[in-house]
Design a protein around this ligand. Sequence first.
Ligand SMILES: NC(=O)c1ccc[n+]([C@@H]2O[C@H](COP(=O)([O-])OP(=O)(O)OC[C@H]3O[C@@H](n4cnc5c(N)ncnc54)[C@H](OP(=O)(O)O)[C@@H]3O)[C@@H](O)[C@H]2O)c1
Length: 207
Amino acid sequence: MKIGIIGSGMIGETSARLFVKAGHEVAISNSRGPESLKDLVRELGPKARAMSVEDAAAFGEVVLVAVPLKAYDSLPRAQLSGKIVIDAMNYYPQRDGQLDFKGGASTEFVAQHLPGARVVKALNTMYFKPLGEEGKPGAPLEDRWVLFVAGDDAAAKQTVSGLIEQIGFTPVDTGTLATGGKRQQPGTALYNRLMRPSEAREALSTL
Ligand SMILES: NC(=O)c1ccc[n+]([C@@H]2O[C@H](COP(=O)([O-])OP(=O)(O)OC[C@H]3O[C@@H](n4cnc5c(N)ncnc54)[C@H](OP(=O)(O)O)[C@@H]3O)[C@@H](O)[C@H]2O)c1
C-alpha cells in the first residue's frame, strides 16, 4: 500500500520505519522540506521517499497526519480529500494554543477541516517508544499491545486496523469519531497505557 506521512517527528518517523518494515511504500514529509529528510529515507531504503507535504498527501492511499494539532489549518485539504487519513494528533493547549472543539472530539474538528477525507483517529494513544519497539508481527492478537481506532467510515477503519495488525499491534475499535475520538484523547483511561486486548475491552466497557 502507498502511505503518505505528514510530520517526520517522533510519531511520523517511527511510523515510517514500521510501515516500511511491513512492506509498504512510504512518502514522508515535514515543514522543512524533502532535503531535510535525505538521511532518513536513505536509511529506510528503496521503499521510502521524501516529498513535500502536498505530494506526500497526494501519494498516499492512506495518509498519516502526525503534526502538532495547531498546524491543522495548513494541512493540504485538496490532496487529502477522498483519502483515508489517520489522525494521530493530540490536543495539548500549552503547545497548540486555545482551540474550540465546541464540545466535540478534537478529531471531529480535524475532520471538519478536511472535507471529503475519511478520517480515522489512530496511532495517537501510545508513546512513540513502545510504538517503535513493542510491535510483535506474527504474534497472537491477544498477546500484543493494543492500538485504538475510532472513525465513522467502517471501510477506512478496517484498512487502518489491518495496518495496525501488520505493524504488530492489535486494533481495538472505540466507536465513532465523536464517541471513540473522545475516548482516545489525553487524560482518558485508554490514553498512554499499554494494554492487552482483554484489558482494553474491559476498560472500554466502563466508559
Ligand atoms: N510523541 C509521541 O509519543 C506521540 C504519541 C502519540 C501522538 N502524538 C501526537 O502526534 C503528533 C506529532 O507528535 P510528535 O511527537 O511526532 O511531534 P514532533 O516530534 O514535534 O514532530 C512534529 C513534526 O510535524 C512537522 N510539522 C509541524 N508543523 C507542520 C506543518 N505545518 N506542515 C508539515 N509538517 C509540520 C514537524 O516538521 P519539522 O520536522 O520540519 O519541524 C515535525 O516533523 C502530535 O499531535 C502529538 O500530540 C505524539
